[in-house]
Design a protein around this ligand. Structure first.
Ligand code: GDP
Length: 476
């Protein structure tokens, strides 16, 4: 599928300051070393400690990953159901669930947890991830082999599973440290017992289990920062806490050549030549077809005007400016519905702007509604998140993990559209994010030491409540 007669252009800082490992085959995943060609270097330098831990992880992955001697041995023990205790290779299996934005955020969370606990991360190939993302680690795959003995149970794991950490605590707690595997249910509907995952004492017993199977649809990294035994390591890895997803995302998530084709063609056709690129991500959470609402367009206009992202139009004058003299702005709008960008584009076509700037508006796709398990929609969704990350300024919708991925990869602090109440554009229409980090929507509110409820958003200055989800947590 790849045209190997084409020369491959490889830029100078292709390794992103050492974040990426050298030595991958460039053609099989062009995006890995070409991302800097699209105007996006890392916004900060990764710490040398992060770089060394990533190299150490890669070595572990190579030693313990699928089909290595250690892997085969650990799988045999799992099959035999013996009580085994920790082995020299321990694993974290990530199961996919929810939409693509959620998946990407939880995969980053799972990887960081694996890194902190010296586990090998293996990825469930179930949900199309193989066609969207390149392999992130050199030489040995991160995909769980098809014949992995628990594969047939993956779909059935939920909060009721007897193997879930919460239910094991309730029914069988003495068996936890000798179980061959444990299911970690970190989906938003998790129980208070499942939430004890975020306590140090519980981490000690979980650490004894060689196979952890994790399902989540949340960016749970903020709560890892509240676990005392991880604190120092996390500070060393990420001296600036708001760069966590930025670095992990740019390290892990490289679009496959198919997705990279969609991204680069679109970028060159619609974005590259503009003086400034503005991303607007519209996500309306309603059942069925994604509707158009006038109050949401009003809100977008109010926000972009108030924050000086886009100029006002001059409805009365026919001002003609000669070619080549004007600043141009390219607006990349993403939405399941096409009307927002149609109307915005018409507005800037039918009228001049008061500043004389030329505004072009484009939208890659308008899929109508969220289709689960549709390959091309996933490729488009991934391409659009990535394209949004390549903009200079970004406006996002409240609550949307789609927007979080874009802002994190791009190192952008977005303007978040405030959720409207009673179908009117709120005032102020949008609010600048306090950091570029994604929000953990459903964190635990528990004080592990004193065994009582507590507001975990008030414990340390770098873990705060989110702008868009008042009960959520985010790193700043
Ligand atoms: P969230 O629901 O906004 O948190 O984001 P997710 O990515 O987890 O789930 C929404 C899914 O709906 C995406 O993965 C896409 O499949 C689809 N979707 C939502 N908005 C868009 C959009 O603007 N463009 C495209 N192509 N797909 C979208």
């Amino acid at each position: 599928e790849d045209d190997s007669s084409q020369p491959v252009e490889v830029p100078k800082d292709k390794l992103l300051g050492g974040l990426l490992a050298a030595g991958f085959d460039e053609r099989s995943c062009l995006s890995r070393y070409q991302s800097v060609l699209y105007g996006k270097a890392l916004i900060r330098e990764p710490s040398s400690y992060l770089i060394s831990r990533l190299r150490r992880y890669e070595a572990l992955h190579k030693r313990c990953g699928p089909f290595t001697g250690s892997y085969n041995k650990t799988v045999e023990l799992l099959k035999s159901g013996q009580q085994i205790g920790p082995s020299d290779c321990n694993y974290l299996v990530w199961l996919s669930c929810s939409g693509l934005g959620n998946k990407i955020l939880t995969l980053a969370s799972a990887f960081l947890y694996a890194l902190l606990t010296n586990r090998v991360l293996l990825v469930d190939r179930g949900a199309d991830m193989t066609n969207l993302l390149c392999e992130p680690f050199p030489e040995v795959s991160w995909l769980i082999p098809i014949d992995f003995p628990l594969t047939s149970q993956f779909g059935g794991f939920n909060r009721k599973s007897v193997h879930s950490y919460g239910n094991m605590l309730k029914n069988n707690s003495s068996q936890i440290s000798v179980s061959p595997f444990l299911y970690l249910h970190l989906v938003h509907d998790y129980t208070n017992l499942d939430k004890l995952f975020f306590c140090d004492q519980d981490q000690t017993s979980i650490q004894q289990v060689p196979w952890l199977i994790m399902k989540s649809n949340n960016y749970f990294i903020p709560s890892l920062f509240l676990i005392p035994s991880f604190e120092e390591e996390l500070r060393n890895l990420f001296p600036e806490m708001e760069t966590v997803f930025h670095f992990l995302g740019r390290y892990l998530f490289h679009p496959t050549n198919q997705a990279w084709g969609l991204i680069t063609r679109y970028y060159q056709a619609y974005l590259a030549k503009a003086d400034e690129k503005i991303g607007i991500q519209i996500r309306v959470f309603e059942k069925g077809n994604a509707p158009y609402h006038q109050h949401i367009l009003d809100q977008i206009l109010a926000c972009t005007l108030k924050e000086n992202l886009l100029p006002e139009i001059n409805p009365k004058k026919h001002i003609i400016t000669p070619p080549g003299k004007n600043n141009s702005k390219a607006v990349l709008l993403t939405s399941l519905n096409s009307e927002y960008s149609d109307k915005l584009r018409d507005m800037y076509w039918e009228h001049p702007t008061v500043t004389g700037e030329i505004i072009g508006v484009s939208q890659p796709s308008h899929e109508g509604y969220q289709k689960f398990g549709n390959h091309m929609q996933n490729v488009k969704a991934w391409s659009e998140m990535y394209l949004l990350s390549l903009t200079d300024k970004l406006v996002t919708s409240s609550l949307s993990t789609f927007g979080y991925v874009a802002q994190g990869l791009g190192g952008l602090k977005p303007w978040i559209l405030v959720k409207p109440v009673n179908e009117t554009a709120p005032d102020p229409p949008c609010q600048r994010a306090i950091s570029m980090e994604p929000c953990f929507h459903a964190p635990p509110f528990y004080d592990c030491k004193n065994k009582r409820g507590t507001d975990t958003g008030l414990l340390v200055p770098h873990v705060r409540h989110c702008e868009d989800v008042s009960l959520g947590l985010k790193l700043v």
